[in-house]
Each structure stands twice: as C-alpha cells, then as structure tokens.
Design a protein around this ligand. Structure first.
Ligand code: SF4
Ligand code: SF4
Length: 291
C-alpha cells in the first residue's frame, strides 16, 4: 500500500500509518458519508497547518512552484525536505515547515491557506485518506479505499454538514490530482519493487527525483543533452515540452518507465537500435566461447 498522506507522526511516516489503516480504520467507498466542516469561524481554524508531515507528489510541486512563480529548483530548496535513507525505494518529498515553535506551514496566513487553490493533495483530501495497492498483472485493481483521519483537536467533526465521499472529492478539486497520482503510481508501485530487497542505484534515484520533482532542471537535461536524439518523438509534443510543465512531466514518467524498468513506453530510433546491436555483436567477438 502506498499513498501520500498527512500525518503528525514524525517517525516512520509511511509504514506505521499504513499498518494502522489496514488493521483499524473503517473503510469508506465513494457513496459512504461522513460529517465534517472546516471554516474560518471554527475555534480550531488554522491550528492544523503546523507540525505535520505533508508528503508531496510531483504534481503538487508543479502546481505550487507555478503558483509561487519560482523554478522547481528554487521551490525544492526553499519549501521542501528530501529525507534520504539507504533502503528507501522511492523518493519522499515533504513540505518544509517554519522553524518557529509551532512549526507552522510556510503558506499559512491569518485568513487560512495562502495557496488555497494550489494546496497539495493531502491538504485537499483531509479529513479523508486514501489507501491503494498496485494493480495486479491480470488487470484487477488492487485494494483501494478511503478512510477518515482525525487530527488531534480538529473540531470539524462536530459540525453537522454531511458529505458523501464522492461529493467531498469533487468539492476539493481532486480529479486532476488523482489522475496525476495514478500516473505517478506506475512508477512508485512498479512491480520492480515487489522484491523486498529491490532498491534503485543512487544515480537512478537521483534521475527519478530530478525528472519527477525538479522539472526545470529536467528540462535542461532533456534539451541540452543528446537524450532526445535516441527517441522518436512527435515535433509538436517536443515544442510543448519546452514550455508546458504538464507535458514535460508526462514525458518524464514515460522516459522513467523506459529507462528504469525497461518498459516499452518510448520508441527508440532505428539507428540507435542498430548501433546497440552492433556493439553487442562486437562484445561477442571478444568473448571466449566455451570449447
Ligand atoms: S499548504 Fe495550506 S492547507 Fe496545507 S498545511 Fe500549508 S497552509 Fe495548511
Ligand atoms: S483542525 Fe480541522 S476543522 Fe480545524 S481548521 Fe484544521 S481541518 Fe479545519
């Protein structure tokens, strides 16, 4: 199971919550209901936007850096944390909190969220969480359900406003976030990682972080290296990639699936295939065949 989440537990952000959710949380479907309301008049208003681990997806970063008018490199330096550990399978990018006593979110204002229309996925979802597993090879979707998260001190649950899960998702503008989330899961829940010991080499992990999260740097790599010479790519698509972050992110996902996992998501130019074949043949010439 894997998904972005909003959690005040600082230890093992993913593992502990996932286990707890599977074992203890009631499962909700799109037509199930819950009661909740969050508004400026509520006593706890703004209290939850601090000291939280908010895991960002590449699309979250894209939206926020555009909103703030900065490059992805500047955004990551100023507003994100990238904790690293040896056995990490996929990158984790967290929203950086202020270093004040309450560790408030850098985007919090007296009137609420200062980037409300571009707030990240976990802030939109709350009080819902989503648990999802990888689709199986035979086409069946893995287990996928919603659950209710309740932050300590959140009074929104005492309000009488009733929501269906599907209504909440629509109201919070989650559709496009979910589409991008599904595309990202093609990477993060790839069957390559099924093997418990499977981890990406450091340079591949770096490639994954740059292509997904640091789009402006990735654009330089794409257009200032020989990368594009290897693939057949539609000219119009290339033009769009130069100036449209969403098109570039779509390319990044396809290219990563090709280069990290060997999926046939990119079409290699015939001369590259020939050159590869002949280099393999040459190697054969120098390989001592068993007698
Ligand atoms: S991004 Fe906005 S909604 Fe999310 S924690 Fe920060 S201030 Fe709150
Ligand atoms: S604690 Fe709950 S009700 Fe209060 S502001 Fe945060 S989400 Fe809204």
């Amino acid at each position: 199971m894997s998904d972005s989440e909003r959690s005040s537990d600082h230890k093992d952000i993913r593992g502990e919550l996932e286990q707890k959710v599977l074992e203890e949380y009631p499962r909700l479907g799109p037509s199930d209901s819950f009661e909740f309301s969050c508004h400026p008049g509520i006593k706890c208003f703004n209290k939850c936007c601090g000291d939280v681990n908010i895991v960002l997806t590449p699309y979250d970063v894209l939206r926020m850096k555009q909103r703030l008018g900065m490059t992805s490199t500047e955004f990551l330096e100023k507003h994100a944390l990238l904790p690293v550990s040896k056995d990490m399978k996929t990158p984790m990018v967290l929203l950086r909190m202020n270093e004040d006593q309450d560790k408030t979110c850098q985007f919090l204002t007296e009137k609420g969220c200062g980037i409300y229309t571009d707030r990240p996925w976990p802030c939109r979802m709350y009080p819902l969480g989503l648990a999802a597993q990888r689709d199986t090879a035979d086409g069946w979707r893995g287990e996928r359900f919603y659950f209710l998260l309740q932050e300590t001190g959140c009074m929104g649950f005492d309000e009488q406003k009733k929501w269906k899960v599907s209504e909440w998702l629509e109201n919070q503008g989650l559709d496009e976030y979910d589409e991008w989330g599904e595309a990202f899961k093609e990477l993060t829940l790839h069957k390559f990682f099924d093997d418990e010991d499977a981890v990406l080499a450091p340079e591949k992990m770096h490639m994954l972080v740059t292509a997904c999260y640091d789009l402006d740097k990735f654009r330089e790599v794409v257009f200032e290296s020989t990368m594009l010479e290897r693939f057949e790519i539609d000219e119009d698509f290339l033009d769009e990639m130069r100036c449209d972050d969403e098109v570039l992110l779509r390319f990044a996902y396809l290219w990563l699936r090709f280069s990290l996992f060997g999926e046939k998501t990119m079409k290699v130019k015939p001369h590259v295939v020939e050159a590869f074949k002949s280099s393999v043949d040459k190697k054969k010439l120098f390989t001592k065949e068993p007698v």
